[in-house]
Design a protein around this ligand. Structure first.
Ligand code: GDP
Ligand code: MG
Length: 438
C-alpha cells in the first residue's frame, strides 16, 4: 500500500548524515510513483512533489546535521498541508436548530453517517433529530429508523409519498417546536450525479437553508470520490466532506487529494460499519498514518520533556558498562510513566516490533507490584539479577505478596527493558539536536 511504499522511499534517507540532491531526486521519484499508484490526483502529486523538492534541496536541509530526518519532516509537513493543516470542525447556528444536510451518491454512507454524526454530537450535549428524506430507495426510511432506534435518537419521517422538500420543511418546524438543537437530513443519492438529483438537493437547500451541507464520499472509490466531490461542490456548494470506509483497503488517494482539488476540508472520517466508527479528521494524524511513521516528532518531544539529560547520561554510561540494575530500572519506570502510556509511546517508534513488548503494560497498579518485588530483593540481587535462582524467586514472591510467575515475568521484562532504555536514552540525548537514527 501507500504507506509501505512511502516508508521504503524514506528508509533510504533515514539516518543519513549527508543527503545529496541526487538522493532527494531519487526519493521524490519514488514518492511520486507511490502517490500516483495510490490514486492521488495527478495535479496534486505534481504540486506536492514540487513543494517538497524545493524545500528539500534548500540550504537549510543540506547543511543541517540530520538532513535525512529533515527531508522526512518536510514530507510529513507538506502532507499535512495538503489535507488542510488543522482539524476542521462543524459549525453551529447561533439560533437553533442547526441544520446539516447530508448529500452524496448512493451507497457512499449517508444514512449510516447521519446516525454516526447524530450520535457523536449528542455526546457533546446536542439533541439531534434525524430526518428521512430518501423517498426513492426501497427501505431507505426503514434503514434510518433502525439506525435511530439503535441509538435511541428520534427519526422524523413522512413516508415515501411526500416530496422531500416538504418533509425537510416539516422536520425543521417539528424540531423548532420541540427544542431540538440539531436537524440532520438524510437525503437520497443516485448511482451517478445527474440533473434530477442536483435539482432536488438544490430545492431542499433553498427550503431549509442548512448551516452546513456535508458531502459523504466513499474513500474506496479513490479518484472517483474526488471527481464526485468536485461536481457536488460546483453544483450545490458543500461545506465539508465526510470520507467513509477508511477502515477498508483504501489506497489513500481520496484522503490526500480531495481538499486540494475542491478546497473543502474533510471534517470527519468513517472507520467502520458500527455507529461509533466515526472520528474527527486530523490532517497530522492522517499524514502520520500514511507515512507509517507514527508521530515521530511528538515522540521526540515527549522524550525530551521527560528525560533529565544528566540522568540519561548516567544511565547510558551504566548501560555501556553493563551496570544497569533493577534499582535503575525502577527509577526509569518512573521516568517513563511521565511520558504517558508505554504502548502508545512504542507505537510511535517507526519499525518498532510491537510483539516484543506486547506483554509490557506499565499501568499504575503494575508499577506498584513491580516496586514491591524489587523491594523484596536483597541489594545483591538487585545489582546482579542473574543470581536469582528458583528458591530466591520463591522467597521474593512471598515477601512481595506476588507469585513466582510475576517475579519471572519481571526479570524477563527487565531484560527487554534494558534494550528499550538504551533506545530511549539515545533519543533523550539526541532529541535536542534532532534524531540521527531511526
Ligand atoms: P447511503 O446509500 O449513502 O445512505 O449509504 P449507507 O449509509 O446505506 O451505507 C452503504 C454501506 O456502506 C452500508 O453497508 C454501510 O454499512 C457501509 N458503510 C458506511 N460507512 C462505512 C464505513 O465508514 N466503513 C465501512 N466499512 N462501511 C461503511
Ligand atoms: Mg441512504
Amino acid at each position: 500500500g501507500l504507506s509501505g511504499k512511502l516508508q521504503e522511499a524514506m528508509k533510504k534517507l533515514r539516518g543519513k548524515g549527508r543527503v545529496t540532491e541526487k538522493d532527494v531526486k531519487e526519493m521524490m521519484r519514488e514518492i511520486k510513483l507511490a502517490l500516483l499508484e495510490a490514486d492521488v490526483n495527478f495535479k496534486v502529486v505534481k504540486d506536492f512533489i514540487g513543494k517538497v523538492s524545493e524545500r528539500a534541496v534548500g540550504q537549510e536541509v543540506l547543511e543541517s546535521l540530520t538532513p535525512g530526518q529533515q527531508v522526512i519532516k518536510i514530507v510529513h509537513e507538506e502532507l499535512i498541508n495538503l489535507m488542510g493543516s488543522a482539524n476542521s470542525k462543524v459549525t453551529f447556528s447561533s439560533k437553533p436548530p442547526t441544520i446539516y444536510m447530508m448529500v452524496g451518491l448512493q451507497g457512499s454512507g449517508k444514512t449510516t453517517t447521519s446516525g454516526k454524526l447524530a450520535n457523536l454530537l449528542r455526546k457533546q450535549g446536542k439533541k439531534p433529530l434525524l430526518v428521512a428524506c430518501d423517498v426513492y430507495r426501497p427501505a431507505a426510511i426503514k434503514q434510518l429508523q433502525v439506525v435511530g432506534s439503535q441509538l435511541g435518537i428520534e427519526v422524523f419521517s413522512m413516508g415515501d409519498k411526500t416530496n422531500p422538500v416538504d418533509i425537510a420543511k416539516a422536520a425543521v418546524e417539528y424540531a423548532k417546536s420541540r427544542q431540538y438543537d440539531l436537524v440532520i437530513i438524510d437525503t437520497a443519492g443516485r448511482l451517478h450525479i445527474n440533473e434530477e438529483l442536483m435539482e432536488e438537493l438544490q430545492n431542499i437547500k433553498e427550503a431549509v437553508r442548512p448551516q452546513e451541507i456535508l458531502l459523504v464520499v466513499d474513500s474506496m472509490t479513490g479518484q472517483d470520490a474526488v471527481n464526485v466531490a468536485e461536481s457536488f461542490n460546483e453544483k450545490l456548494g458543500v461545506d465539508g466532506i465526510i470520507l467513509t470506509k477508511l477502515d477498508g483497503d483504501t489506497r489513500g488517494g481520496a484522503a490526500l487529494s480531495v481538499k486540494a482539488v475542491t478546497g473543502k476540508p474533510i471534517k470527519f472520517i468513517g472507520m467502520g460499519e458500527k455507529l461509533n466508527d466515526i472520528e474527527p479528521f486530523f490532517p497530522d494524524r492522517m499524514a502520520s498514518r500514511i507515512l507509517g511513521m507514527g508521530d515521530v516528532l511528538s515522540l521526540i518531544e515527549k522524550a525530551q520533556e521527560a528525560f533529565d539529560e544528566k540522568k540519561a547520561l548516567e544511565l547510558e554510561k551504566k548501560m555501556r558498562t553493563q551496570q544497569f540494575t533493577l534499582e535503575d530500572f525502577l527509577e526509569q519506570m518512573q521516568q517513563i510513566k511521565k511520558m504517558g502510556p508505554l504502548n502508545q509511546l512504542l507505537a510511535m517508534i517507526p519499525g518498532f516490533n510491537a510483539n516484543v513488548m506486547k506483554d509490557i503494560e506499565l499501568d499504575e497498579k503494575k508499577m506498584a507490584r513491580v516496586e514491591a518485588i524489587i523491594k523484596s530483593m536483597t541489594k545483591e540481587e538487585r545489582n546482579n539479577p542473574s543470581i536469582i535462582n528458583g528458591s530466591r524467586r520463591k522467597r521474593i514472591a512471598a515477601g512481595s505478596g506476588t507469585t513466582v510467575q510475576e517475579v519471572n515475568k519481571l526479570l524477563k521484562e527487565f531484560e527487554e527493558m534494558k534494550k528499550m532504555m538504551k533506545m530511549m536514552t539515545e533519543m533523550g540525548k539526541r532529541g535536542k539536536k534532532g534524531l540521527k537514527k531511526f
